[in-house]
Every structure is written in structure tokens, then in C-alpha cells.
Design a protein around this ligand. Structure first.
Ligand code: ARG
Length: 459
């Protein structure tokens, strides 16, 4: 027997039941569903649909189910269609006929939208904390690696010298924007649909402000059709997960390359690496490969639900049941990705010698051109002069930093004895002191700024 089968003359097909059932996925909403029902019962008592006695019985029954859910002892049945039906059945099993009044004036349509919004708000809050943990790990690295001169790459070719902190801080600042995106996603979810009924609004004058207060929503939906049909908050949360996942995948890619024998800039801690079943010598950066790989999953989950939502008319249709699997998956997996990534960053070893050992002297070519600009010629001309010096360095095999002033003067009379100061790595980074640059003074300002953003960080 089903809760809705009064008008049917025969039972639904077994395959239809299996096809329709969502409990395997939406059981995760147990807590939100029970809390939503506790609030709903209070609202029904206020409009005297429930007597004080009935309300007390329902409230007690729901609270005991909430405990069971928290302890993991709640017993759903294979025959339960979804989490909402399961909780209602368990309540009636527990307290009897009074439980049959709970669904008055409510629909699973406003119920599921409420549960999913609450769930999203909570999980997004957890994700934001985990992003903060990655940022803290990066900040500690940035503070530790200020004196390490490293090549910055463009096109995977050595480009210009930086201090290594500059690299760690780049991700720290990018993650701050991800936090902002998630804060917006949380705000989008923070709109309570409960009291919208199936589509036209509840048939009882329930106090929706009271419901919102009880459940921790700061706003209520102003239109019942919007209340039951909107899933933009799901798309937004999925888009945030995709954005954050894609960002981390790019850093994972860099670090995977840096951990190779050819680069050997970093070594991952054993605890965050894995071995090979065949090759005894192997130590693989699987943690980072999964961080990178799961980005595809986040993008897929967004695309998957966007494709489902497209064309679903403005009301509840069962298509919307397909929102939960991608949403739960992205929120859970991004949590794992962030947690693992924070640990990888916190425990890896920077191979200081390797980072600085192979700096190509040609990385100072821009600085040499800038020197000529300082002597009064146009940058484009300076670029050409230094290009010729670079070509000479390459063809003769003499490193740029070995050129004497006299040799430089063969290319331009503007070179003076002060030109040789250009060949000091420290000078090259120190010059880049405009806001955001890699100069130690600029990095110190970035660190200050980051500390202000994150609050005090224990080292
Ligand atoms: N299991 C459904 C979902 O997740 C709950 C809402 C069902 N509503 C309905 N009218 N059939 O979307």
C-alpha cells in the first residue's frame, strides 16, 4: 500500500517502483527532512491544525527519529519511495494516528526544495572552511619560502625569476574568490520555500516567518511557483564546485610536474603518495592526480544537471529529483579534494637547491632591456638590442651573466659599469615592487594582506 494510491485501481509495476524510488540518494537529507517536519508541526500547532497534545506526540516522535538518524540506527525500508515518505511512515509507526496529520497543508514539492536548500547551505559552509584550511597551508608555505628564488614559467618555459612565495600566494588569493562565489551560492540557497504547498501555496495560514526562523533561513520565497520549481541554487552550487575544482586541478598539474625527477622541485610526503603494484621503486603523486582528475567530475555534474533542468516547466516535475545525485556528489567530493590538497601542501618538501639550481641566466633578459630603457631608449629598441645579446649568448654558449661591460657595449654604448648589477637574481626580484609583484617587500605586503583576510594563523 502506498500513501498516495487511493485513486489507483492496481499497484504500480515493480520496475516503475524501482525507477521512481530515490531513497538510495535522498536518504542523505534525513536530518534536514526531520528538522523541516519539526518546524512544520510547530506551524500547524500555531494555526490549530494540531492540538497541543498531537503536536507534543509528533514533536517527540520526530526528535527521537532525529536521534536515530544521527546515531545511524534509523531503519528505512526498501519499499519507502523517498526520504519524505520514509520519515512520515516511521513517525506513524512510532506514534500512531497523530502522525497522519503532519502532512496537512504541505507537499513533498515544498518539502524537498526546503530540505535541499538547507542541505546546500550547510555543506557550502563546510566547503568554505575547507578552502580556508588550504589557504592557511599556503600562507605558511609563503612565509617559509620568501628567500627561495625560483623560475616562473610561461608556456612551461622558464620566464622570469620570482620568490617561491609568490607562487603559493597566487593560489591563496584565487581561493579567496572561490570563497566569495560559495558565499553567493549559500545566499542563493537561503530562501525558504516551505509553505508553498504543491504549487499554489499552503491551504492553511501557516506562519512562514516562524518556519524560516526555526529552520535558520534568513528569507522566505515570495511566490509559491518559484518556491517549488526553482533550482538555480543547485546550479549555482554546482558551478562553484566546478570553478573551485578546475582551479585546484591547475595547481595540481604544476605540482605533479614539479614532483617529477626531471624537475624535482618538490617531494610529496609518503602519506600522500602511493606506490606501484609492479615497479618497486615508484612513488606516485596520486593525491594530486585525483585532485586534478576530479575536476572533470565537477564540470560533469554541473553540465548534467543543467541539461536536466533545461526545459522543465515552471512547477515541480519529477525531472527535478535528478538534482540530488550530482549536488551531493560535487559537495562531498570537493570537500575531499580540498582536505587532501591542504594536507599535500602542508606536508610536501620544497627542494630548495633544485628550485634555484637551474635558473637560466637568460631569465634576466627582460631586466637587461629595462636597464636600457632606464638609459633613455624605447623599450622596443631595447628589446631588439637584448635579443641580439641573447642570440650571441646562445650561439657562443657563454652565459648572459658572464658578459663583461665591454662585451655588452658592443651591442649598445649605453651599457655602463652599473649594468652588471642586473645580473644579480636578488636585484631582479627586488625591482618588481609594484603592487602584486614578486619583490620581497611586495610579498611581505601580500602576506600581511592574506593574514588580514584569514585571521591569525598558527605556524
Ligand atoms: N523524491 C522527490 C524529489 O526528490 C520528492 C518530491 C516528490 N514530489 C512529487 N510530487 N512526486 O524530487
Amino acid at each position: 500500500m502506498k500513501m498516495w494510491d487511493g485513486r489507483f485501481s492496481k499497484p504500480s509495476a515493480t520496475l516503475m517502483d524501482r525507477f521512481n524510488r530515490s531513497l538510495g540518494v535522498d536518504a542523505a537529507l534525513g536530518r534536514e527532512d526531520i528538522e523541516g517536519s519539526i518546524a512544520w508541526a510547530a506551524a500547524l500547532k500555531k494555526v490549530r491544525i494540531l492540538s497541543v497534545r498531537e503536536h507534543a506526540a509528533i514533536d517527540r516522535g520526530l526528535r527521537s527519529l532525529l536521534n536515530e538518524w544521527k546515531n545511524g540506527t534509523i531503519r528505512f525500508l526498501d519499499s519507502d519511495e523517498d526520504v519524505h515518505m520514509a520519515i512520515e511512515r516511521l513517525l506513524v509507526d512510532k506514534i500512531g494516528a497523530a502522525g497522519e496529520k503532519l502532512h496537512t497543508g504541505r507537499s513533498r514539492n515544498d518539502q524537498v526544495a526546503t530540505d535541499t536548500r538547507l542541505f546546500t547551505m550547510r555543506r557550502v559552509g563546510e566547503i568554505t572552511k575547507l578552502i580556508g584550511a588550504v589557504q592557511k597551508a599556503l600562507l605558511l608555505r609563503a612565509k617559509a619560502d620568501r628567500a627561495i628564488i625560483a623560475p616562473a614559467f610561461t608556456h612551461l618555459q622558464q620566464a622570469q625569476p620570482i620568490v617561491l612565495s609568490q607562487y603559493w600566494l597566487s593560489l591563496l588569493f584565487a581561493l579567496e574568490r572561490e570563497k566569495t562565489r560559495f558565499a553567493e551560492a549559500r545566499q542563493c540557497a537561503d530562501l525558504m520555500p516551505l509553505g508553498s504547498g504543491a504549487v499554489a501555496g499552503s491551504g492553511f495560514p501557516v506562519d512562514r516567518e516562524l518556519l524560516a526562523r526555526l529552520l535558520g533561513f534568513s528569507a522566505i520565497s515570495q511566490n509559491s511557483i518559484d518556491g517549488v520549481s526553482s533550482r538555480d541554487f543547485v546550479l549555482q552550487a554546482l558551478a562553484c564546485c566546478a570553478s573551485c575544482g578546475v582551479l585546484l586541478s591547475r595547481y595540481a598539474e604544476d605540482l605533479i610536474i614539479w614532483s617529477s625527477r626531471e624537475f624535482a622541485f618538490v617531494e610529496l610526503d609518503d602519506a600522500w603518495s602511493t606506490g606501484s603494484s609492479m615497479m618497486p621503486q615508484k612513488k606516485n603523486p596520486d593525491s594530486l592526480e585525483l585532485v586534478r582528475g576530479k575536476a572533470g567530475r565537477f564540470v560533469g555534474n554541473y553540465t548534467r544537471f543543467a541539461a536536466t533542468l533545461k526545459g522543465v516547466g515552471l512547477a515541480y516535475y519529477k525531472d527535478l529529483q535528478e538534482d540530488k545525485e550530482p549536488l551531493f556528489d560535487s559537495l562531498e567530493q570537493l570537500g575531499l579534494v580540498l582536505d587532501v590538497f591542504a594536507n599535500v601542501i602542508a606536508t610536501l618538501t620544497v627542494k630548495t637547491d633544485a628550485v634555484s639550481r637551474d635558473l637560466d641566466p637568460l631569465l634576466l633578459a627582460t631586466d637587461l632591456a629595462d636597464y636600457l630603457v632606464g638609459k633613455g631608449i624605447a623599450f622596443r629598441k631595447a628589446h631588439n638590442v637584448v635579443g641580439k645579446i641573447v642570440a650571441c649568448s646562445i650561439s657562443s654558449g657563454a652565459p648572459l651573466t658572464g658578459f663583461s661591460v665591454d662585451q655588452l657595449r658592443e651591442f649598445s654604448p649605453l651599457f655602463g659599469t652599473d649594468a652588471l648589477a642586473v645580473f644579480k637574481w636578488e636585484n631582479a626580484v627586488a625591482r618588481r615592487n609594484a603592487v602584486g609583484g614578486t619583490a620581497p617587500a611586495s610579498v611581505a605586503r601580500q602576506i600581511k594582506q592574506a593574514e588580514k583576510m584569514l585571521g591569525k594563523v598558527q605556524s
